[in-house]
Write a protein that binds this ligand. Structure first.
Ligand SMILES: [Zn+2]
Length: 234
């Protein structure tokens, strides 16, 4: 039986795509792909190098953390993905990417959100990319990876995860997501480009301020939502 071949293939393709983006140093990084109908997701297995990945090696996990298909142990970050799907899955999030990409990590380690300084940022992210609060000793000693998801979700009380498809976990690194495996990887890549650009902008001029809201809205909504008009209509 291979009931979840679709998401396993999509997850394999997205992990292989991620490994080619240059966002992954050493073995940091994983992608998962969610099936909202079944409430399960496929995720990179723990400690398997990208060049050894096959669809059969990709485990499928439900939102309680039980393995429903596959024999490999899922990524140690699986509980973070579980929490994010539990909260964002009904809002259209179908894939999640975690990396330690360098410039995004710089903001995460500084505990600084990434301000929306220009249109490259606004094409993907509708405003400043949030950074989570410091996790408590109890959260770190307890169900650490689950609590990592909890602090991300905490920051989204007033944010739509499809308008803000990324967050920085303080002292750690970025999570990005999207409506498909390929889209989530694209968001992780856009996030790193934006973080890199913001780092350079702020080093040239530390007092740089955010782009005007009307410019941010223009760029975000010409590519996303009901009145989008960017690109081809097929
Ligand atoms: Zn990590």
């Amino acid at each position: 039986v291979n009931k979840y071949a679709g998401i396993r293939e999509e997850c394999l393709a997205a992990n292989l795509l991620l490994s080619k983006t240059g966002l992954v140093d050493l073995t940091f990084g994983n992608v998962s792909v969610y099936d909202p109908t079944s409430g399960v997701f496929a995720i990179k297995p723990s400690g398997v190098p990208y060049e050894k990945l096959t669809a059969d090696s990709i485990p499928v996990v439900d939102l309680d953390g039980d393995i429903v298909e596959g024999t490999y142990k899922p990524s140690s970050d699986t509980p973070t993905h579980r929490k994010l799907y539990a909260s964002f899955g009904t809002k259209g999030v179908r894939a999640i990417v975690h990396t330690h990409s360098r410039s995004a990590v710089a903001f995460a380690q500084a505990g600084v959100e990434i301000p929306c300084l220009g249109t490259t940022h606004a094409d993907y992210f509708h405003g400043a990319i949030p950074v989570t609060r410091t996790m408590t000793r109890e959260e770190v000693a307890g169900d650490y990876e689950w609590e990592t998801g909890v602090v991300i979700v905490e920051g989204f009380a007033n944010l739509d995860p499809l308008e803000m498809p990324a967050a920085l976990v303080r002292n750690h690194g970025p999570f990005a997501w999207g409506v498909s495996g390929a889209k989530a990887v694209e968001c992780a890549q856009a996030l790193e480009i934006v973080a890199d650009g913001s780092l350079r902008t702020l080093s040239l001029s530390p007092l740089s301020i955010e782009a005007p809201q009307y410019l941010i809205d223009k760029h975000f909504y010409r590519k996303h939502g009901a009145s989008a008009y960017y690109g081809q209509k097929f």
